[in-house]
Every structure is written in C-alpha cells, then in structure tokens.
Design a protein around this ligand. Structure first.
Ligand SMILES: Cc1cc2nc3c(=O)[nH]c(=O)nc-3n(C[C@H](O)[C@H](O)[C@H](O)COP(=O)(O)O)c2cc1C
Length: 207
C-alpha cells in the first residue's frame, strides 16, 4: 500500500515538473479552433494542449503551464472579450510567458490597408501584455452563411452592403499549412529556449 502511495506521489511530481505550453483559443464558428489544431500539429509536441477560453479556469491554467500561445477569431472589429479578460486579469503571472498570439479573420493582410486593420486586431492583445510576444500572425478564417446566427448574419449583411457593396456569400480562407508552419516556428523558439520576456527584433509582430 505504501508503495502505491509512493507511486502516486511520484506520478504527481512528474506531472508537476512537466510544465508545458498551453494553446488557448477563442472561437465562435470553429475556424479558430481548427487553426489552433493545425498549429498544434505543426508543433509536433503531443504535450501541448488545446484549451477553449470558454471552458478554462484562469488561475488553474496559469499555474499549470509555462508558456502560452493565444489566438482568437475576430468579430465586428475585435477579438473575443474573454481573451482580453484572461490577459488583463492574469497580467502579472503571464509576464514574459506569452510566446505567441494569432488572430483568425476575414481581412486580407497582404495590402497596406488590410495590414493596418490586422495590426488593429492585435492592439488590444498587446495592450494587456507588458512585453510583446515573440511571434504574432494572422490567419484567414471562414464564413458559412447558413451557420451564422440571425444576429451575426444581419450584421455581416449590412457590413457587406455598406462597405464592400456586395452580397454576403460564404467563403473559406483557412490555411492548414500556414498554421502548421507557425506551430513549427513556435516550437523552434521553445526548443531554443529563447527568453520569452526578451523578444528579438526580427521575431516581434510578424503578422
Ligand atoms: C459576425 C461576424 C463579424 C465579423 N467581423 C469581422 C471583422 O470585423 N474583421 C475581420 O477581419 N473578419 C471578421 N469576420 C470574419 C471572422 O473573423 C471569420 O469568420 C473567422 O473565421 C471567425 O472565427 P471562428 O470561425 O473561429 O468563429 C466576422 C465574422 C462574423 C461571423
């Protein structure tokens, strides 16, 4: 019986020592969750976990993990409010531990205007952090019109009509390969044991 308890203690200790990276995402329609999954695949680290911001305990997660990769979809101009709540409320504990951030959106960041808009999506995330993460990137998302709530469909219809002068249609710009490459970059940074709290210039905010 003593040996069993001893075994349990060892298992708990090993578990505690094996602190790891948590991949936290916020999604409404699934594209951000899928993107987080492709990032995880690219990291080739089975220990990295996928956590939905809607179902985590903030203190628990900050205690359990060393590093964080945090991503959100973008809806009507902004990221998920719970991601901001998480970063704001755990600011001290998260200091220097947010390795990477990403957003999943409809904006094409390859044009000057698009790039500015995408930068704007990162602004509230960065505002909650004392240092910018080493890596940041935007990914294309998806809209399937028939899956939208009535409220979201109406909001997007108005946006398309007013700003794009077009009818709202379904589209899919998700990119598994781009996400997996990002995961590989994040993994290399972890492997190199670069201090997350001291970003190098060439790695900061590559969106
Ligand atoms: C109601 C609504 C509003 C959106 N607003 C924006 C926006 O302001 N900027 C943008 O780039 N994309 C916008 N999008 C596109 C989303 O970012 C894209 O659908 C993304 O895949 C959402 O993530 P999710 O699939 O994980 O919910 C919007 C999508 C919806 C449904």
């Amino acid at each position: 019986m003593m040996a069993l308890f001893f075994g349990c203690d060892i298992a708990r200790l090993t578990e505690e020592q094996k602190k790891k990276t948590a991949l936290i995402y916020a999604t409404r329609y699934g594209a951000t969750k899928e993107t987080a999954g492709w990032i995880q695949e690219g990291m080739q680290e089975p220990v990295d976990l996928l956590l939905d911001i809607e179902s985590i305990s903030f203190p628990d997660v900050t205690a359990r993990y060393d590093h964080f990769i945090i991503g959100s979809g973008v809806w009507i101009g902004g990221v998920h409010k719970k991601i901001i709540e998480f970063l704001e409320s755990r600011k001290n504990e998260l200091s220097g531990r947010v390795l990477a951030t990403f957003v999943v959106c409809g904006t094409d960041g390859s044009t000057e205007n698009g790039r500015k808009r995408v930068d704007g999506y990162f602004t509230p995330l960065y505002a909650c952090l004392d240092k910018r993460p080493l890596l940041s990137r935007y990914f294309g998302g998806r809209v399937i019109v028939e899956n939208l709530t009535d409220e979201d469909r109406e909001a997007l219809r108005v946006f398309y009509k007013t700003y794009l002068r077009a009818e709202l249609r379904s589209w899919d710009r998700t990119d598994p390969e781009k996400a997996a490459l990002f995961g590989g970059e994040a993994n290399r940074l972890l492997g190199e044991k670069v201090s997350v709290s001291e970003p190098t210039n060439n790695l900061v905010s590559r969106v």
